[in-house]
Structure formats: C-alpha cells, structure tokens
Design a protein around this ligand. Sequence first.
Ligand code: SF4
Ligand code: SF4
Length: 378
Amino acid sequence: MSDKVLILKREDFSYDIDSLHTLLERGFDLIWGKEKSLAKKILIKPNLLMEAETSSAITTHPNLIIALAKLLRRRGFSVFVADNPGGFGTNNSLRSIYRSLGLDKYPDLFTLLYNDRPPFKEGEFTFSWWAKGFEIVNLPKLKTHDLLGITAGVKNLYGLIPGVIKSKLHQKYPYPYEFAEIILKIYDLFTPKINILDGIVSLEGEGPAKKGIPRKRGLIIFSNSGLALDYTLAQLIGILPENLPHLKIALEREMIKEDLIEVYPQDWPKFKIRDFMPSSPSLIESIPKPLLKVLGKFLKFYPVIERRECKRCQLCLKVCPAKAIEVIREGLRINLNNCIGCMCCAEVCLYGAVRVKDSFLLKTIKKVYNLFSQKRDN
Ligand code: SF4
Ligand code: SF4
C-alpha cells in the first residue's frame, strides 16, 4: 500500500471547532475512507509538552483534539486522550495541562488518561500503560526542535514514554543521530495508521517550548504514515529531508520510499513556506559538508539560564539528566563542561528562562538566512 499525504490549508488560520470538524471529515474520508481495520478504542496522542497558553503554539491546539474526538464519537469509536509532558510528567502536572487547555470540560466526548497503572516494557523501552490496547491517532504539532530539527509525526511518539524515563534516555543517547534511532525504534513499535499534524499555527526558531516563535501557517496535514508526513513536511518548510537526522536514517534504510508517497493535492508545492524559521541544528545541517568541516567548531549553540527571567523553581535542575545545573549565590547556572545539549531544561522551564545561545558565527548565519528567506517571500 502506498503512503498518502493530504495537505489542507486554512486561509483564516482559525481553530473554530465546527469548521475544523468539517475539515477533519474531509481528510479522514480521503485518506482512511476504506479503512476497516481500526480498533474501536482510539487514543488521541497530541503534543502536550507543558502548561501553556494556546496562543503560544507549544501544544497541539485543544480545539483540534475536541473536533477530532467529535468526529470519532459520531463514527462509533470510544475516544481517550493522553500524553506524557516534559519534565517529570506527574499526574498533577498532566491534570493542570488538561485543565489549562479546557480538555476537562468534555467528559461525554473523551476520557482523559493518567499514569495511574504500571508502565510496561516493550523492546528496550518502558511505556505508559495506555500505549497499548488502543488504536493510536497521532496528533502532533508542527514545531522546531533543538535536537532533531523538527518535532512532528515521528518524534511525537516519544511522548508514549513516561517523563523521568524520557530524561534518562536523553542522557543515554545525547547526540541527534543516536536519539533519532530511538524515536525511529519507537515509531516502529507503535506505527500509527492515522497522523494529523497541527500546523495552523506553528512554533518556529528556538522551539519546541517557550522560546519558540508562533507563526500563522494555516496547514493541516493528514497521512497514514508518520514518516511520509515528516518527509513531505520537510519539503514544505524548505528543509532537505536528508538534513533531518530521523529522515536521513529512514531514507538510508528505505523505510521511506519517495516514489510511493502520494501527495494531494497534486499542486501541493504551492503550499511551500518560504520563510520558515529553522532551529539551530537544521541550519547547521544545511551548510554544505566541506564548509561544515572547516567551520564546524565555530558553529555552536548551548543553553543558558537568563537570571532575570528565572524564578528559581529548580525544575530544570531536577530534570537535567547530566546534573549540569548548579545553584550558585546569584541563581542557577549551567556547567557547560557537563552539559550534553539535550535541551530538557529548555523544554520544562515554564518561564522561558532557558535560552539557546548561538556562537557568533551561527548567529550571523541565522541573520543572513532570515534576511534571504524574508526576501524570497516578498
Ligand atoms: S530556569 Fe526555569 S526551570 Fe530552571 S529554575 Fe529557572 S525558572 Fe525554574
Ligand atoms: S543543562 Fe540542559 S541541555 Fe544541558 S544536559 Fe542539562 S538539561 Fe540537558
């Protein structure tokens, strides 16, 4: 069976539930119209990284979850919603996230799940109990990511792993390509048949948390394959697929067969985004390899804690898998000698106090890139 990708555009960038419902119906029928093998119990897996305003574009928009649940209920499915947020991902923090997004107001539509049963092991990983026994509907958010370039169809499944274990895996596999291997293994274990990307408002630049910049893009992308979705998305946002670690590996292993991906509408390149703001890793990957060999050591980025914004809650210190964050008299400080660059600290900081600092050369390249992409867009 070929992989199908459908790109729909919302010109008004609206998250109105009724019109989203109509749009989802269209996508559903085009991609999964003849799908008879879906289990009756559906788990919607959004990206609920942290408690945040919907306008910050850090999470999948709750209205998309609600509209999808309505559609699935009407079609006779039982619907459940769950995710493992960043940090320790306790049930209390999950409850706060559900509440802050207003998801607790729809008990007739879906059941919100918690980590209130023991996790289970599959292969080398430990997953939340709710990762099995349901048909997973993957509902990622289009965001940049400071380790993998983007978080979309494949990376979203990392949230099937409980919070503390996620941090430990970051420590064990700190480099982009080894981390990409991990998310591909997880994708392989839990390959969702239904993937719907929320790109109506994306999070760009220093994503995937508070330091990212929300941009109105109007995109919703449907696919029966998370890999095909990411592959098409990369082209839409102007990143060569082979410059994203997980896609590079997937292409080398022929997990993606480009000629078997059907993208609709056929004139989909008209949706290309010319001024997408990539994260630092994507920008570095896009530099020609011979040049990168020479300049590589000058192209660095690392996390810093901005003292003025830091509330000294010490959450970053607690989740840092490398124990690289220290308390000093003036506040908190990252010891870069110990830092493994996983960016877990940036992902959990509710106050946006962890910033990615670029070296002088990387900052300059970013400025030039942004200038050119804006010009291209005009
Ligand atoms: S940087 Fe953020 S998470 Fe860390 S102590 Fe400061 S406010 Fe808390
Ligand atoms: S300081 Fe931040 S980026 Fe560095 S290892 Fe700790 S959590 Fe990861």
